[in-house]
Write a new protein. Structure first.
Length: 345
């Protein structure tokens, strides 16, 4: 009896490409339309039209199963590639400078958010795991933080889905409201980049909000956001220790386990920024990479829009949703307050 040979890597890659191609092309087509709209209405940009059209497509006709892999691919991997390419806008020196400047604002908002999740979540009667997920997702980096924390606290899939949907809903509101708020407060691009990078929790929404405000705010906002993403590491380690003590099965956090908590696209971003710092990326090439990144962001947001399950949020009840709204407001208010105190506003 002959045993069928295992598929080689090129065959697996080809099969994966065929699987994700239809959905990814649909997202790219929506992004192309959004880019045209953004050309006519620069204040809106391509980000908001992309996500709005994605949500409308999902509401009018839920994408078929054949499109689902590509839509998921676009909303995750394509977005991460876009963030990597944004490294062409910055140098390592600017990244270190941004990190030091944003640290007081970032730590203050994160502390307020996590304390609020614990105290207000308990007062609202929200389940422990769900309030941890919503708190971490709101305070750090949205779905990425929720995905990193979920296995640490052994969260149920229903809680994970609700937390991601809740956080995403307020991400969309932030994209729609924060640029107008920034203009109303007279923020310059630097100040808005700090505000968006700290007060908006998901990378895609940070990019979208900063893009809508002004192109010059985008690079700074992304660096602030990626520095904030590093908070996944200490929070994950702390929760792992707490969970281990609670269950009596504490595991030692080795350097290898800690390293796994660092998102790959953060490393890619730093690599591209390093190449830019060394002069390996010419200014003309950096401009092209930035334009490609903006289009990839619109592609990813189209996929995220089509992935939004508004019915799931409606059916799960209002208390976690109320918690998410309160925490999002607390993070924004704390960010603005600390920026005003430190003279960054």
């Amino acid at each position: 009896m002959k045993v069928a040979p295992l598929p080689t890597l090129p065959h697996r890659l080809a099969a994966r490409g065929i699987e994700v191609l239809p959905g990814t092309l649909l997202c790219a087509a929506i992004a192309a339309v959004a880019t045209v709209i953004g050309g006519f209405v620069p204040l809106v940009g391509s980000a908001i039209p992309a996500v709005v059209m994605g949500v409308l497509v999902s509401l009018l006709r839920r994408p078929s199963a054949g499109l689902a892999p590509g839509i998921s691919y676009a909303s995750k991997f394509v977005l991460q590639c876009a963030v990597v390419l944004l490294g062409a806008q910055l140098s390592l020196a600017s990244i270190v400078s941004v990190g030091l400047e944003s640290l007081p604002v970032m730590l203050s908002s994160l502390t307020v958010c996590l304390l609020g999740a614990w105290i207000i979540g308990r007062a609202l009667g929200v389940d422990r795991d769900l309030r941890v997920l919503v708190g971490v997702g709101t305070g750090i980096c949205g779905a990425s933080a929720i995905a990193a924390i979920s296995p640490v606290i052994r969260a149920k899939s229903a809680d994970i889905a609700y937390a991601i949907s809740t956080v995403f809903l307020f991400n969309i509101l932030a994209v729609l409201l924060f640029p107008a708020l920034g203009h109303a407060l007279g923020m310059n691009p630097h100040a808005f980049g700090l505000f968006a990078g700290t007060a908006v929790n998901d990378t895609s929404s940070v990019v979208a909000a900063a893009s809508v405000f002004s192109a010059s705010a985008l690079g700074f906002a992304v660096v602030v956001k990626l520095v904030r993403t590093l908070m996944i590491i200490p929070i994950s380690v702390g929760l792992a220790v707490m969970e281990g003590r609670r269950s009596g099965t504490a595991e030692r956090m080795t350097p290898a386990r800690v390293l796994k908590l660092v998102p790959w696209f953060l490393i890619g971003f730093l690599v591209v920024a390093t190449l830019t710092s060394l002069g390996a990326v010419a200014p003309a090439s950096a401009d092209i990479l930035t334009q490609i990144s903006v289009f990839l962001v619109a592609t990813a947001l189209a996929g995220i829009g089509m992935s939004t399950d508004l019915r799931a949020i409606h059916s799960a009840g209002l208390r976690p949703l109320i918690l998410g709204g309160i925490l999002s407001t607390l993070v924004a208010a704390t960010t603005l307050g600390v920026m005003a105190l430190t003279g960054a506003l």
